[in-house]
Write a protein that binds this ligand. Structure first.
Ligand code: PMV
Length: 325
């Protein structure tokens, strides 16, 4: 039986994706830019089975019916496109330093998309894999590439995909302060839908985000780290502002999130180039340079005793193993 194993790294958005134009095809309202991290990743193996259903194991555990339904619907897209109506065993391992509750859907769907594309004999050109990954989770479209990545919003399945901007191999890093490892109360899917529907500020978010993407790309290519950082912070806060203005408001901040944000601002006053960002949860991610990791780590440790993860830049998704017998 043919078996394929693939790996993809997680990514953290610097200019955020927040809101869909098309729910079924995961077409976003705005383009976004991210940094791929090598410390958080997923390895996924897929093989055809002889049964009449798909099987999904995550971190050694058979998943719930709800999770099976979701993954089966996703695999169904591959069956339809390829015309190969076979069921699949999926076995995934999420490599995060602990059960940190950090978003694994990006690396998860990127690894799965690459593995399934190979298994079903579809194109494994990363642009095509990006489009398929997008159909599992929007942010996964960016995880097929390493470095700094742009997800070009497009307006249909064929033109909504990610592209690499730069390898980010000039000493860029990210530090994650794990404020809360619980599963988030409001999923990003629900949260963005509510925001699009009810925030009076949503229209200006979209316009501003697309402008921010153009600016950050320029600064990335110029290696102007501080400008990249400023846009990163600003995009996160604008995204959270649209969430706060939704009805009912969506609040992901916890007291420790604010505490860490304050530490980052203090670090800047001390001359360290560090910039924070937050996603659909209370964890704070700090964009920084490798040379400043120790200083930032010690500063955070002074008033935060939770887990701190340090990550360098991750590479493109890849096929690790392919067995054909
Ligand atoms: O693709 P999702 O459903 O995991 O949504 C990602 C949303 C954010 O993490 C908040 C922003 C982003 O661009 O990754």
């Amino acid at each position: 039986m043919k078996k394929v194993v693939a790996r993809a790294n997680s990514n953290i958005a610097l200019v955020k994706y927040w809101g869909k134009k098309d729910e079924e095809w995961f077409i976003p309202q705005n383009s976004s830019v991210s940094l791929t991290l090598d410390e958080l990743y997923t390895v996924t193996g897929v093989e055809f089975n002889q049964n009449n259903c798909d099987q999904y194991i995550l971190n050694g555990k058979l998943q719930s019916q709800k999770e099976h339904k979701k993954i089966s619907e996703y695999i169904e897209r591959y069956r339809k496109i390829s015309g190969i109506y076979k069921y699949v065993n999926v076995s995934s391992e999420n490599f995060v330093p602990t059960a940190a509750g950090l978003a694994s859907s990006a690396s998860g769907y990127a690894a799965l998309a690459l593995a399934l594309s190979r298994l079903f004999g579809l194109s494994i050109d990363l642009k095509d894999v990006s489009k398929m990954a997008r159909l599992g989770s929007g942010s996964a479209s960016r995880s097929v590439y390493g470095g700094f990545v742009e997800w070009k919003k497009g307006d249909n399945h064929e033109n909504s995909y990610a592209e690499k901007i730069d390898n980010a191999d000039w000493g860029v890093a990210m530090i994650i302060a794990v404020v809360d490892s619980q599963k988030k109360e409001v999923s990003s899917r629900e949260g963005m839908k509510k925001t699009v529907e009810t925030s009076p500020y949503y229209e200006s978010w979209v316009k501003n985000a697309d402008e921010a993407v153009e600016k950050i790309k320029k600064y990335i290519l110029e290696r102007d780290f501080d400008k990249v950082g400023e846009i990163t912070e600003s995009s996160a806060m604008k995204m959270h502002a649209t969430m706060l203005s939704a009805n009912p408001p969506i609040i992901y901040f916890k007291p420790n999130s604010i505490k860490i944000i304050e530490s980052v601002r203090d670090l800047r006053k001390e001359g360290i180039s560090a910039y924070f960002t937050m996603d659909a949860g209370p964890n704070v991610k700090i964009l920084c340079m490798e040379k400043d990791i120790d200083t930032i780590f010690s500063k955070l440790r002074k008033n935060f005793d939770g887990e701190i993860i340090v990550s360098k830049v991750g590479k493109d998704a890849e096929i690790l193993e392919e067995i054909d017998d």
